[in-house]
Design a protein around this ligand. Sequence first.
Ligand code: DGL
Length: 258
Amino acid sequence: MACTDPVGVFDSGLGGISVLRALRNWMPGEDFLYYGDSRHAPYGDRPLQEVQALSADAAAWLLARGVKAIVIACNTATSAAAAFLRETYPDLPIIGTEPALKPAVERHPGGRILVLATEMTLHEQKFRRLLEQFQDRAAVDPVPCPGLMEFVERGVFSGPQLKAYLKAHLQPHLAAPVDAVVLGCTHYPFLRGAIRQIVGPRPEILDGSGGIARQTQRRLQARDLSNPRPTGGSITLCNSLDDPALLRRMELLLRCPL
Ligand code: DGL
């Protein structure tokens, strides 16, 4: 492992690009290699062992290309496979993702907080532990959103179908005022505008990408693995689906204003 090697980033598809954007902004001198596993998306609907196997494949794919660290830019894959990947690669910095519940509670103590995520993220031990840690400091309402990440995979960021989906899933949770909405899936930041239209102007909408970027920088620094170049890093986008339209969409998500 050398400090000039790239940082590997993976997700079940395009969502991890929301994390990649934060990583690039925070560490503009690093090279990043992104692997989106759209062929097997969504991970959230699959059995745990399958998500572990797919995450192991994604990590092996990145390691075969010489990455010095891996960012699991997926809450679902982190819940299912982070511990197992850390056991498999004890010397590799592996940075996971979790719903930004801690900053939400710190910013809105005693408030009402919705956490939008996949069923797997909300049911796995990692989130249950997080919930235990914070549930006496805020009213936390987990909202499973099966099918929501698929809108991003298809390149749908607005329109009647998305609106109908969000109304059906979010409106039952909006009867009492909401202080914060945590986007607990890395695809959802690309739907922020559509979510804002349904939840209204009051709640703060948070995602965890900034925290992951800072944590990645800390982990690289601790191992003397930060690229000393201050700017000029590169980004390589890859996908398990060899579809030029999908690769163009990935480029677009990397560059579009959020
Ligand atoms: N981006 C993934 C996450 O953060 C998407 C989930 C899925 O593949 O179901 O959870």
